[in-house]
Write a protein that binds this ligand. Structure first.
Ligand code: MLT
Length: 356
């Protein structure tokens, strides 16, 4: 049975059954009006998607994140930018890196943090998502960090929550994972410099189901990367993806030629409709990033993976642990990028309050 009952809009909570009881909605909510995530003077109010954000705003996130990266450890603990604010982590899907780094980021900014235990929450007793949100608002929440298997869940919450609350999308269905893409951009910038125009970037694997790939493509095109290549079997390539300004390759050897940055992706079995691959073994044989294949890229190419990485499926251990791998640097950067985004949305909320 298909896991992806695709529709373009998120259900209307007033007429539909509670979210927890609904099938997974897994298509893009489409481009957002910028007023959905920006204030009238162009500041970040919610962080839902990279699509449509101006390059200067992405640069601002990266610059601010760099400041947090360079703070000594003690100062990180004491940054008071979110003192008195309450952040609620709402993770309806599993996560290790994203949830933990959001948690560390909130703590380093001195926020009060609540990790809602979704498995034991009232949504599993049939409470609608909107009712859960209203109750959490009543407890004095200032920011929701949302991960959900439904594309557009974060948009839905942003649309209906109280105006003083900011929403950060921590991954929705196969639609977007904007903070992951920004930590990837920070990592690229640290190793390759601020100018993305000469860079050739290859993204390998299950592009079709990857919210990470979509957000990375938006970020890379906004930052004017020289060339973006998508490498993978036709069955894992979204239809019409070339419209996003990328080139697709089914031959990994050709796709890796002269590349500066290689991003490998996990096979998202949980989002696949049916058997889209002959076998894992064949996928690795045709698309696994081995040392031999890595040597087709530039000598100083970096290797990235958003995690969780499956060794021997999309990447060989020698490459994942090798000198060109920056995978753990990506994880470290996750804290700084999330600190940057959280502090930006809260300061734009404070400015809006002062004006009104
Ligand atoms: C995600 O949440 O999309 C991850 O960071 C990547 C993955 O699950 O493969």
């Amino acid at each position: 049975m298909s896991k992806n009952n695709s529709t373009d809009s998120f259900p209307d909570e007033r007429t539909e059954p509670p979210l927890a009881q609904q099938p997974v909605k897994d298509s893009s909510p489409g481009p957002l009006p910028s007023s959905m995530q920006l204030t009238s003077d162009g500041k970040l109010k919610h962080f839902l998607t990279i699509e449509g954000l101006p390059p200067l705003l992405l640069e601002e996130i990266l610059d601010r994140a760099e400041q947090f990266v360079s703070l000594p450890n003690k100062a990180k603990v004491q940054a008071p930018l979110l003192r008195g604010k309450t952040v609620m982590n709402l993770f309806f899907e599993n996560s290790t890196r994203t949830r933990t780094t959001f948690e560390l980021a909130a703590k380093r900014l001195s926020a009060d943090l609540v990790n809602l235990d979704i498995r034991n929450s009232a949504t599993t007793k049939g409470e609608s998502l909107l009712d859960t949100i209203r109750n959490l608002e009543a407890m004095g929440c200032d920011m929701f960090v949302v991960r959900h298997s439904s594309s557009s869940a974060a948009h839905f919450i942003a649309r209906y929550c109280a105006p003083h609350i900011s929403v950060i999308n921590a991954g929705d269905g196969r639609h977007a994972h904007p903070t992951q893409a920004m930590l990837d951009m920070l990592t690229i910038r640290q190793f390759k410099g601020r100018d993305f125009t000469p860079l050739k970037v290859a993204i390998i694997g299950d592009i079709k189901h990857s919210r990470v790939a979509r957000s990375q493509i938006h970020a890379l095109t906004t930052l004017c990367a020289g060339e973006i290549r998508l490498i993978g079997p036709q069955t894992l390539m979204p239809e019409g993806i070339e419209k996003m300004g990328v080139t697709s390759y089914t031959n990994i050897e050709k796709g890796l030629d002269d590349i500066d940055v290689i991003i490998t992706l996990r096979l998202q079995h949980e989002r696949m409709d049916s058997a889209m691959l002959p076998s894992i073994r064949e996928f690795y044989a045709r698309y696994g990033l081995t040392q031999e294949r890595l040597e087709l890229a530039k000598e100083d190419a970096i290797v990235m993976h958003p995690g969780p990485a499956n060794r021997g499926v999309e990447i060989d251990s020698r490459v994942a642990d090798g000198p060109q791998s920056v995978i753990l640097q990506q994880v470290t950067n996750g804290i700084a990028v999330r600190m940057a985004v959280m502090s930006m949305v809260m300061s734009s909320q404070a400015a809006t309050r002062v004006e009104s």
